[in-house]
Design a protein around this ligand. Structure first.
Ligand code: GTP
Ligand code: MG
Length: 441
């Protein structure tokens, strides 16, 4: 849920950008971090929401004062000094006396944040034979602004909230942020292991159908995935290798990764938390996918924002990591060989059920023969990207490249031994992305 929500949110953000900033390009993919707070009781939820809204109140008041001071000619240091130890009332006073601003008159959205919840509204679902509208109750999300989100009066008047979550019985007198924070559980990842973050397209069966991807493989769709993976390696310097096939990508973080490079703000401690790293990567990948779509499908509109799920798994040794990657590539081979046969049978006139029946219980060799005998196709002559997937790594001089090869054989890892070697601190040299194609091995 955590990764799906953050991925979908990121993807929507990128796709909606132009609607809100028609004159501005989205210069780089924004990403969001997510975490789970399990609110065990309604009271904890109430305290949590109040905490977030209080943070909004005080941050916004502070920012408003700060920027008014800057606009009036103060330097950043002077503005900070003027607001140091300043209480809420003093800030209100400063805005009023000095700038003639009544803080309470500023837009509600700035001061209070926004609540979104579904309310039941009547909508026309169809018309009867006489042209009369037939209405049904449907739930629609609404944006609401309110001074106090956990005020008994406000909350208990929202029937949907009371029905779904329950009603508040008391106003909360004192907010103890530490109490809420104690409900924040984080999954700490094992140190000194190879961390693999695997992301996978959510319902891509439907997504590829709706966007008319070529079956069984759409080269442009795969190139788009590869370009996003290259961007991830450029952004997250601790990722040393990635392997992708179909709608999935596995990102390998180097052992002993400290996450203290460009993403420093995400990783404030030596502890590596699963939700932080997974959400940062899945969010970045999703935004990139939506941003780059037009480059790869200039004739097709993105009909809805795609989303990806993500998970983190720790592998303690190089061998086990290589076994993991081999498993993904074996999967690629099995699926691709099956899909190639299946779609050739369907394109030759068989129904999907007949094609399925034809392939039931067949082994690799039989599928090779079927393709060659029935369709004159030599499976090994099909594009290597379809048969073996793609891998992304950082070459010397920090160049990030996409390549295709057999990564199951240990000889691959001998040839590319530098990939998993512990690296010295990276240089911040700008990376160049190049696509190389290497013949099948
Ligand atoms: P979840 O991952 O469980 O949400 O379901 P999913 O529908 O994404 O299925 P899954 O991840 O198991 O498999 C990926 C699916 O994406 C494939 O079954 C295809 O339907 C589709 N897909 C991925 N790449 C391509 C492609 O290049 N061409 C076409 N036509 N479909 C593709
Ligand atoms: Mg999928």
């Amino acid at each position: 849920m955590l990764t799906l929500i953050v991925s979908f949110f990121s993807s929507v953000y990128a796709t909606k950008w132009k609607e809100f900033f028609p004159q501005k390009e989205l210069e780089y993919p924004p990403s969001f971090h997510a975490r789970v707070i399990s609110c065990a009781t309604l009271e904890v939820l109430q305290v949590y929401l109040a905490w977030r809204q209080n943070a909004c109140h005080s941050d916004n008041l502070c920012r408003t004062c700060f920027w008014m001071l800057i606009r009036s000619g103060k330097t950043i240091e002077e503005a900070k000094e003027a607001l140091k130890d300043c209480q809420k009332e003093e800030k209100n006073e400063l805005l009023f006396q000095r700038f003639g601003i009544n803080y309470k008159k500023l837009p509600e959205m700035f001061r209070q944040g926004s609540c979104i919840f579904k309310t039941e509204v009547e909508v026309v679902v169809k018309y009867d034979e006489h042209g009369n509208p037939i209405k049904r109750l449907r739930r629609k999300p609404n944006i609401v602004h309110t001074q106090n989100i956990v005020a008994k009066k406000f909350w208990n008047e929202q029937l949907v909230l009371v029905k779904e979550l329950g009603g508040f019985e008391d106003e909360i007198a004192k907010i103890k942020t530490e109490y809420v924070k104690s409900f924040l559980f984080e999954n700490k990842l094992l140190p000194s292991t190879y961390i693999v973050i695997r992301i996978d397209g959510c319902h891509f069966h439907r997504f590829s159908d709706i966007h008319g991807f070529e079956k069984p493989n759409d080269a442009q769709a795969l190139n788009l995935m590869n370009t996003c993976a290259v961007a991830v390696l450029k952004e997250f310097h601790d990722i040393v290798f990635a392997y992708g096939v179909s709608d999935e990508y596995s990102f390998v973080l180097r052992k002993n990764s400290q996450f203290n490079q460009r993403q420093a703000s995400v990783y404030k401690t030596d502890n590596i938390f699963s939700s932080q790293i997974v959400s940062a990567i899945v969010s970045f990948f999703s935004t990139m996918y939506a941003m780059k779509w037009k480059e790869f499908f200039p004739q097709k509109n993105l009909k809805y924002p795609p989303s990806f799920d993500g998970r983190a798994v720790c592998y303690p040794s190089e061998e086990i990591l290589q076994d993991y990657l081999a498993w993904r590539q074996v999967d690629c081979h099995i699926n691709n060989q099956y899909n190639t046969c299946f779609w050739m049978l369907v394109k030759s006139g068989k129904t999907k059920a007949e094609a399925q029946q034809c392939l039931k219980g067949t082994q690799t060799q039989e599928k090779y023969e079927l393709l060659s005998r029935q369709f004159g196709t030599d499976y090994s002559s099909l594009p290597v990207m379809f048969r073996q997937g793609s891998f992304v790594y950082r070459m010397k001089l920090q160049e990030v490249v996409v390549d295709h090869s057999n990564i199951i054989e240990r000889s691959f890892w001998k040839e590319y031994s530098s990939i998993l070697e512990e690296m010295p601190a990276h240089t911040s040299a700008a990376n160049e992305c190049t696509q190389t194609s290497v013949s099948a091995s």
